[in-house]
Design a binder for this molecule. Sequence first.
Ligand SMILES: NC(=O)c1ccc[n+]([C@@H]2O[C@H](COP(=O)([O-])OP(=O)(O)OC[C@H]3O[C@@H](n4cnc5c(N)ncnc54)[C@H](O)[C@@H]3O)[C@@H](O)[C@H]2O)c1
Length: 318
Amino acid sequence: MRRILVTGAGGQIGSELVPALRAQYGGDSVVSSDIRVPSGGTMADGRFEHVDCTHIREIEHAVRRHGIGTIYHLGALLSAVAEERPRVAWDVNMGGLYRVLEVARQHDCAVFFPSSIGAFGPTTPPTQTPQVTIQRPTTIYGITKVSGELLCDYYHHRFGLDTRGLRLPGLVSYTAPPGGGTTDYAVDIFHHAIRYRHYSCFLRADTRLDMMYMPDATRAIIELMEADAARLADRNAFNVTAMSVTPAEFAAEIRRHLSDFEIEYDVDPVRQAIADSWPEQIDDHAAREQWGWKPRYDLAAMTRDMLARLGERVHGAR
Ligand SMILES: NC(=O)c1ccc[n+]([C@@H]2O[C@H](COP(=O)([O-])OP(=O)(O)OC[C@H]3O[C@@H](n4cnc5c(N)ncnc54)[C@H](O)[C@@H]3O)[C@@H](O)[C@H]2O)c1
């Protein structure tokens, strides 16, 4: 079996996707890579290559050296960071994907590309957002995501490349910190609840967005890549979600476990505007029908697990 390369492996998703891939396919089969050199953690555990995805030679070197057959391309700038540095976001998100696809074309690799609910915009239907719908995002992040979906479609139709992708919602996890997205509050709230019993949220109390717990997300990614290609009509941008939640609902669920937890709201206008341009609840029937997608964690199950895992870490470190 040819090996797997994960770009941007040091981030929030890669920190959990790499161990999940190693558990599934064997430790030696997965090469992690990032522009940052690992100082520890899962990236340092197995094969690692320094790969800046804006440099085609570095991608090519890793693919040749390790006999790569599949690339999970996670290297990118997230929504809030991209708004601060739009030119760099274009170079990394579009330039990186284009180079990964070119190397994949030359070496016949399959490619996974993570799109986002950020690929939608204010004119998209905000509830039951269909699989195929209006996509006119107003952020540079969203523009790179729609363009990325289309570019992956193009490489499939034009060159027969096996490209597949998901429109991921906000992801909640405890292993690595989030990378500067609009849904980061949904991770921060748990850390603050455990440590301080208090959180100041940068989004309004009633801001409803799709969310998912990381174990569901890594499973979705692997299941999509394992799915029967003949059934994938929407191969590059499947809507997937597990729950549609507001900050006030997160706080209420946390309070069921930590009754003295308090939340206040100090709205960041930049991130609020981004969140307001995204749907509240997307329809993921295409994923359910075409490759059997089904989430395992709802808000209650995720909150229970997050508080237990983070609690162990915080109290274990004392
Ligand atoms: N985390 C989420 O909630 C979420 C939701 C939807 C989609 N996504 C998408 O999933 C992918 C990974 O997200 P994440 O949350 O792990 O992001 P992250 O910011 O936590 O990690 C991104 C990683 O990319 C690396 N990177 C940056 N520039 C690079 C370059 N030039 N070359 C190689 N690596 C580079 C960073 O060092 C970092 O380790 C991104 O495409 C993101 O848009 C994430």
